[in-house]
Design a binder for this molecule. Structure first.
Ligand code: NFA
Length: 103
């Protein structure tokens, strides 16, 4: 029997750290001026929500002051919040969407 080790165990292996991207919340902020139906239409258009989902989110923000609309990567959250806020501004409404990192 041969004692020659044909497969040495010392094999260099590069360890690559893969990190999950941190997610950011998009938050709808209530105001006294933007019409409810307009808020619903922005939520449907920018966040691909159904009429029912959009109505629930709009009402939650209306009643509690804020509502989380969704959770996305940082870039996507910021782009969506900006586009949705701009849609209100284009109509002269103070509609505001903000973003914040998830815990
Ligand atoms: N509070 C607004 C109204 O009564 C509706 C609204 C809801 C605005 C959620 C902004 C965010 N017309």
């Amino acid at each position: 029997m041969s004692n020659i080790d044909l497969k040495p165990k010392t094999k260099a292996k590069a360890k690559i750290k893969v990190e999950r991207p941190k997610l950011h919340k998009v938050i709808l902020v209530n105001d006294d001026y933007t019409p409810r139906e307009f808020v619903v239409s922005v939520l449907k258009g920018e966040f691909r929500m159904t009429e029912d989902q959009a109505t629930k989110v709009m009402l939650t923000a209306h009643q509690r002051g804020v509502c989380v609309v969704g959770v996305f990567t940082k870039d996507v959250a910021e782009t969506k919040a900006t586009r949705a806020t701009d849609a209100g501004r284009a109509k002269g409404y103070p509609l505001l969407f903000t973003t914040e990192p998830e815990e």
